[in-house]
Design a protein around this ligand. Structure first.
Ligand SMILES: [Zn+2]
Length: 63
């Protein structure tokens, strides 16, 4: 059952925790997409290798 969703939580791409974007202290922006993190650790991991964690097809891999 889902209660009324006041704000859409978005999953932390690194650890999968649901993050409230309005309360998130850590975020990164890749192209048009913003990612939110539970901690600086997760943000650090993401920033080191964003493509590993983002499933975005908008951004072609440069490999
Ligand atoms: Zn996290």
């Amino acid at each position: 059952m889902i209660d009324k969703e006041k704000i859409l939580d978005t999953p932390d791409p690194v650890c999968g925790l649901k993050i409230n974007p309005q309360k998130a202290k850590f975020s990164s922006k890749i192209g048009e997409q913003s990612y939110y993190f539970c901690s600086g650790e997760c943000k650090k991991k993401f920033d080191l290798d964003p493509h590993k964690y983002s499933n975005s097809n908008e951004y072609p891999l440069d490999e």
